[in-house]
Design a protein around this ligand. Sequence first.
Ligand code: PM9
Length: 459
Amino acid sequence: MAKTSWAEPFKIKMVEHLRMTTRDERTRAIAEAGYNTFLLKSEDVYIDLLTDSGTSAMSDRQWAGLMLGDEAYAGSVNFYHFEDAVRRFYGYKHLIPTHQGRGAEHILSKICIKPGDFIPGNMYFTTTRAHQELSGARFVDVIIDAAHDPANEQPFKGNVDLAKLQNLIDRVGAKKIPYLCLQCNVNMAGGQPVSMKNIRETRELCRKHGIRIFLDATRAVENAYFIKLREPGYGSKSIAEILLEICSYTDGCTCSAKKDSLVNIGGWLSINDDDLAEQARSLVVLYEGLHTYGGLAGRDMEAIAIGIGESVQFDHIRARIGQVEYLGHKLQAAGVPIVKPIGGHGIFVDAATFLPHIPREQFPAQALAAALYVDSGVRAMERGAVSAGRNPDTGQNIFPKLELIRLTIPRRVYTQAHMDVTAESVIDLRDNAASIKGLKFIYEPKYLRFFQARFEPVA
Ligand code: PM9
């Protein structure tokens, strides 16, 4: 019989000790942090599932690569390694390095968007939409309806709804749509993939109307893994082949290297069009740094080049997503409401169902993330109304259908035992959910409020 068990394709060479805290200490810490897990000190956190961004463990080869950093101001050898890796695995012509993903989003928005434009996308991402809006555009959600339903088990919930896209084109005209932003493994939907068929069809529709497609390639490798597993015709293709095919239907990408590419800092903008790339190169020197480092040290670029090669190894990605599934299956078996199917980078708990006694105006997901920290020192992230922010035209709170907390799994960092402790805490909380109180703002920042907002419990 074929073996179905797998294990991580690495062994541990160095460990970082974690501090255990008492419940009293955590109760004080979360109050001092204004009930916002972003404002906790990491030394007060036991298992840190805030994000998979920049939190990966690098390999011995990547650490060795740091020593090969060529810290020349211009033309660092590591830039050329980075460029080679992006050309080889993502297939784009021009590479503009940036300090992280939002640096690339900033430059892309500046060179492509005019005030009054519309940017369709398969669900918003916080930093991406903020840059589009700051450049004067309005984001339009064209993801399929299933993505907004945590219980819907469709295998490709990240797909673009072509009818919604056509409708927008008919309504505002293609000239007002400089590009479509296509996100892989849609973060706010629960790490849900887009199918290759849908990417191809979206490409066809956009081509017909002269609309470019820019990929948010931040988790494109994880998307490629789901295509291999779930889409007919892709089972025997390698992750690298699938990744190249995804990118081939797009005109460029923004990418945060802090996720798939297994590094602690970095990002890039890729563009195939020569003129547009020239415009991006002339702006990157203003906002990030020279076009051959873009805010990164030479050593960072070397680590990214090596990380990209490691990220497309099948054994790596199977273990990475396998660990997410391990946690998800435990929670599902205990009846905890989570977004289905289990996504690529974390488990998203449906806080609205978990805490039915807390109205949306009292931010159940924010309250659940705070309560989980107090219970066990596990740090999660709110992904609901606080993250969604306010409508830029009306100033009203946006209440997305999904009100979630994200238990995000860093790559190659935690063991299955850490997942067991996390699951146990979430299950215990579910059994005592009625004691969790809602929250209200006591400080609300203007931009990306979820990062720095402060709250207090509703009396
Ligand atoms: N994502 C995450 O935790 C970190 C910032 S929000 C807490 O999921 C996508 C799909 C992302 C993303 C960051 C960025 C921005 C762009 N697209 O954080 O600027 O998930 O490198 O990337 C975070 P940077």
